[in-house]
Design a binder for this molecule. Sequence first.
Ligand SMILES: Nc1nc2c(c(=O)[nH]1)N[C@H]1C(S)=C(S)[C@@H](COP(=O)(O)O)O[C@H]1N2
Ligand SMILES: [Mo]
Length: 253
Amino acid sequence: MKPRNALGRALAAIPKREIESIERRLFLRRGLSLGALAMLTGCNITDQESVEQALMTMSRWNDRVQGWLFDPTRLAPEYPESAITVPFPFNAYYGEDEAPEVDAEDYRLELGGLIRERKPWSLPELYALPQVSQVTRHICVEGWSAIGKWSGTPFRSFLERVGADTTAKFVGFKCDDDYYSSIDMATALHPQTILAFRYADQILPRKYGFPMKLRVPTKLGFKNPKHIRAIFVTNEYPGGYWEDQGYNWFSGS
Ligand SMILES: Nc1nc2c(c(=O)[nH]1)N[C@H]1C(S)=C(S)[C@@H](COP(=O)(O)O)O[C@H]1N2
Ligand SMILES: [Mo]
């Protein structure tokens, strides 16, 4: 991007490594980025489109900073089963009785993009994969959080098994409703990121995402796609349902 103002030009003169270290400190102390400062001084705030464009650019910049700060070995807290929230809340961009009805027998998980073995997976095949459980907190941007128990297969081992290019940048998800989302590869490979087939030891109920959801305790709720139909690996930014409406893409929790 071409520097558009004095601050931008000054920043352009600083070596990249130094910029990154300033960025880290600024973000840690103030939750701000140099990009944000530069953009704010440079954009015409009477022009709705340029403001939105600037905010989107800032948000994508924040994604990069959050990506640098993300520690792939740091675990989200886990809880005893006695801490589980009952009943666990339902949430989607529609009401509970409009959740998609997926036919278990016809269901096939589709794989695409930078994946070597792209054969579709049936549910019995997926259920036969090694299974783990977690009791973790789900945090929704709408202002609620709840603790639940999900079980499924570690996403990292699934990606490795199908020969996904784990050096690629993004993993994208298409859902059986019109929902879609994507996450960074570091988060996809995080030990607590699981392809979940069960909630509270039962086959994942329709409202919680039958037949499977991605459970990512290091990210906000909207980065946990339910009713997954297709998974693809890519280097092109895939965005997401809420992400494309202005929610920050990285959205770590
Ligand atoms: N397919 C799909 N996945 C989705 C959503 C959705 O509308 N459709 N909503 C997201 C949001 S905002 C939240 S908070 C969680 C809610 O999951 P829950 O119903 O298990 O609480 O699902 C996420 N995944
Ligand atoms: Mo959410």
